[in-house]
Write a protein that binds this ligand. Structure first.
Ligand SMILES: *Cc1c(COP(=O)(O)O)cnc(C)c1O
Length: 416
């Protein structure tokens, strides 16, 4: 469906024309068979949001099961080594299952249960969302099917074993580039077929309304905590917040409570991959060779596509950032200038993994390392009274295979 046709269709209902919109972006571009499911979800989510019992149960699990609140840690040795701004890390990597994804998986898992859906499906890229969903299904006694690209299954093999151990069925997807986009296609196909019994746990602030809003709200807790924590630690707000942007869920969660604080610079970091040409990266907001507005997988946002509207292939060393589109709220923040978006190459991210590991004893996920790399780049240019907060979205355990290969850890005496 062309963008123009999709927009015309959206305008058939005036109420729907604004529902789930972030400026011009967002919306609901799905086949008719999924419209009813999305409306059912929207109603159920609104009811859950208004129900104190839902929040009490979710907050209880976030606290006792997932490990919230996560620490806000002053990275003293890293900051002093760089010799500029003070760098703080919001430690989402310390959460159960190793990344921020559990915030959203718990929220949607409880919602599915409320809706009486016994069967859960999800897509996964890096495997972190699949692991988080499989975990929540085990916790809540729900059946779980995870779609994952074959390419990603190879890159993130330990996570495949984790999901199976947790009782989930992992279905490999071979179509297209066999990565996240193709896994989402398969999950959507499954949902169309089994819509009555099945709840689709979407893993990022992507897709059709109400997902981008709902997923953001489940991750808002990151900035709610961080705002209070930095005020306690420093008596002022940070000067900049940096987060990596795949679909955009950890970034929007880390940004959200700071949106009205215009003194706080918000910086999203996309995957710069191995070059600036289409196909070499996943930097949707890159000025040349980047994305343009279009529809992918149910939402209108920036999309990496060629002149004919064919979705471009993408590349990143980190599976979690390797996606051709981006959450629609980021598209709005980009256009308005409230947030800025930069990219970081595979090489710079790999270097940042080593730097953070050796200055702080913290091994970041390759995705998170993109945000760390940007902090490493800008901190020396800032004053020592400046504060930079990095959202450390996950830990690097899942990446050990790639790190061992890319950093030559298999016997060489040094890698610096
Ligand atoms: C999945 C993942 C990401 C990317 O997803 P967003 O929705 O952009 O946050 C980033 N970091 C880690 C550790 C992940 O697992």
């Amino acid at each position: 469906m062309s963008v123009a046709a999709a927009i015309t269709e959206e305008k058939t209902s005036p109420a729907q024309a604004t529902a789930g919109r972030f400026g011009a972006y967002g919306g609901r571009y799905v086949p008719e068979t999924l419209m009813a499911a999305l409306e059912e979800l929207e109603v159920a989510y609104a009811a859950a949001q208004a129900d104190p019992a839902f929040h009490a149960e979710l907050n209880g699990l976030l606290h006792t099961y997932a490990g919230r609140p996560t620490a806000l840690y002053y990275a003293k040795r890293l900051s002093e080594t760089l010799g500029g701004a003070k760098i703080y890390l919001k430690r989402e990597d310390l959460l159960h299952t190793g990344a921020h994804k559990i915030n959203n998986a718990l929220g949607q898992g409880l919602l599915a249960k409320r809706m009486g859906k016994q069967r859960i499906i999800a897509e996964t890229g890096a495997g972190q969302h699949g692991v988080a969903t499989a975990t929540v299904c085990a916790l809540l006694g729900l059946d779980c099917v995870i779609y994952m690209g074959q390419e990603d299954m190879q890159r993130q093999e330990p996570n495949v074993y984790r999901m199976r151990l947790l009782g989930a069925e992992v279905r490999g997807v071979t179509g297209g580039s066999a990565t996240l986009k193709d896994a989402i296609n398969e999950a959507m196909r499954d949902w169309v077929t089994n819509v009555r019994s099945t709840y689709y746990v979407l893993g990022s602030a992507l897709g059709s309304h109400p997902y981008p809003t709902m997923v953001r709200n489940f991750h808002r807790v990151i900035s709610i905590e961080a705002r209070q924590q930095i005020l306690e630690a420093e008596g002022k707000l940070p000067d900049a917040i940096i987060a990596c942007v795949g679909g955009g869920s950890n970034a929007i969660g880390a940004f959200y409570e700071f949106l009205p604080d215009t003194s706080v610079e918000l910086i999203g970091v996309e995957a710069g991959g191995r070059g600036t040409g289409l196909g070499e990266h996943a930097a949707r907001f890159q000025k040349i060779g980047g994305g343009t507005p279009g529809v992918l997988q149910g939402t209108y946002s920036y999309v990496l596509q060629n002149d004919a509207g064919q979705i471009s292939s993408t590349h990143s060393v980190s599976a979690g950032l390797d996606y051709a589109s981006v959450g629609p709220e980021h598209a709005m923040l980009h256009d308005s200038g409230r947030a800025s978006y930069v990219s970081c190459s595979d090489d710079a991210a790999l270097k940042a993994v080593v730097t953070l590991s050796r200055t702080e004893g913290i091994i970041p996920a390759l995705e998170s390392a993109h945000a760390v790399a940007e902090a490493i780049r800008i901190a020396p240019t800032r004053s020592q009274t400046d504060i930079i907060m990095v959202n450390l979205s996950g830990r690097g355990d899942k990446d050990m295979g790639i790190l061992a290969r890319e950093l030559d850890l298999k016997g060489a005496s040094d890698v610096s």
